[in-house]
Ligand binder design. Structure first.
Ligand code: MCF
Ligand code: FE
Length: 407
């Protein structure tokens, strides 16, 4: 059993409990939290790690959507328009993937840890990132991706996907959890979607898919036109989209831990369906800004919970969740900065945990003891400003605790 105390303990629980001069008792799970005074009385014989003044203790951040295999990109890919980006990915993919070896990905994961991330949803296209994920202290929900729209390729693609998934399953542990990613409605044949989802149901695996990220995708899926038509004609000899958005969504019934990434161009009907499926939306604000000059209209989500994902370095200049939270705060300038900051921190903790099917994201009895600590530059005068000040001022953390261990 261990105890740690901080100037502010931020629980991220249902009541948004914040404890001034608080302490947390934990082993691999959270045992209890209270004021330092009460905890000292109750556990007089246990040494307490007391953090300096202006310290914050909160749940570790959950980056629900990242492509580590694209970590080789910094200045190569084209931004500003999805079609231009897509063509640049096709052109440079080989080079970028080769650059992102285990050593490079390990270094990126280490940096993610130092910037407060304790759990990731890693979208893996080839399993080239598996070794780095397995060996990192960070928890990984490892989404093996299926992709391919050509009917005559389904068997080959499904076999390749299954072999990657089976290999991932060999390494399953409490901090490496195999899962399934469907790339998108435009790039995966519905038969392939159906087969992979059957597997997800029978093995109770989390599922995630990109969905309506760009205007180009919208025009192609709804009307079989626009620049995707040129792309599909040239590369795949295909003139029609393989499924309409609603047909695609209908395939996802009875998936327990389900999330859709982006959804920027989703219709109100699509969003209703996403809500009825009990799914979450992974919000990648920087990626949407860079690739599409758009932002998700959060007011349209209603009850659908959203999470925070950086996406990969293929569509972001940083994998730091605090950078991403700052971007979200700035891009959604129509929202009240104080209230929205709280919403963002919950998106990056509890909501991320829900989307990935985990027991994390809040400091509450029996939840996994994944915590971060850091220090604000000065004291907090207004308690209600705490979430906003955390987002504005935090770049690196001082301590990272995962499963009750300092890592
Ligand atoms: O999320 C971004 C933008 N949207 C779609 N796909 C990707 C992103 N970053 C990397 N990708 C990968 C995707 O996982 O690109 C490949 C897939 O393997 C498809 S070709 C764009
Ligand atoms: Fe993505």
């Amino acid at each position: 059993m261990k105890i740690i105390s901080a100037s502010w303990v931020v629980s991220c629980d249902e009541n948004d409990r914040i404890i001034k001069d608080g302490a947390v008792v934990f082993d691999e799970k959270i045992i209890e939290l209270n004021t330092l005074l009460e905890i000292e009385k109750k556990y007089p014989n246990i040494e307490i790690k007391k953090l300096e003044k202006n310290s914050i203790l909160m749940p570790g951040l959950i980056n629900s959507h990242v492509h580590l295999e694209f970590s080789g990109n910094s200045t190569t890919l084209k931004y500003g328009n999805f079609y231009a980006w897509l063509n640049s990915v096709i052109r440079y993919r080989e080079d970028l993937i080769n650059k992102a070896n285990t050593k490079l990905i390990t270094a990126k994961l280490e940096k993610m840890k130092k910037t407060g991330t304790t759990t990731i949803g890693a979208i893996s296209s080839y399993s080239f990132d598996i070794e780095a994920c397995i060996n990192a202290p960070i928890n990984t929900v490892f989404f093996c991706e299926v992709i391919g729209s050509k009917a005559d390729m389904i068997d080959t693609l499904f076999a390749d996907f299954k072999s990657r998934l089976n290999n991932a399953k060999k390494f399953a542990s409490k901090n490496f959890i195999p899962a399934i990613a469907i790339h998108s409605p435009y790039s995966v044949h519905p038969f392939l979607v159906r087969e992979t989802l059957n597997l997800a149901r029978s093995e109770n695996l989390a599922v995630s898919s990109h969905f309506l990220e760009s205007r180009e995708e919208f025009d192609w899926l709804h009307k079989d036109e626009g620049s995707f038509l040129e792309f599909f004609k040239n590369f795949l000899n295909q003139e029609k989209a393989v499924s309409k958005p609603m047909e695609f969504l209908n395939l996802f019934s009875n998936i327990k831990n389900l999330s859709f990434t982006h959804c920027v161009e989703a219709s109100n009907n699509d969003l209703e369906k996403i809500r009825d499926l009990g799914a979450s939306i992974n919000h990648c604000v920087t990626s949407n800004r860079l690739l599409n000059n758009t932002k998700l209209d959060l007011d349209r989500l209603g009850e659908i919970p959203f999470t925070i994902g950086t996406d990969g370095l293929s569509s972001n200049n940083s994998l730091s969740m605090f950078d991403e939270l700052r971007n979200a705060l700035m891009v959604h300038y129509d929202k009240n900065v104080v209230e929205f900051s709280k919403k963002l921190i919950k998106a990056a903790t509890v909501n991320g945990s829900r989307a990935l099917g985990l027991n994390k994201g809040k400091l509450e009895k029996d939840f996994d003891a994944d915590m971060i600590t850091f220090t604000l530059p000065d004291k907090i005068e207004e308690k209600e400003d705490l979430f906003m000040q955390i987002i504005l001022h935090t770049k690196f953390v001082d301590n990272v605790i995962i499963g009750g261990e300092y890592v």
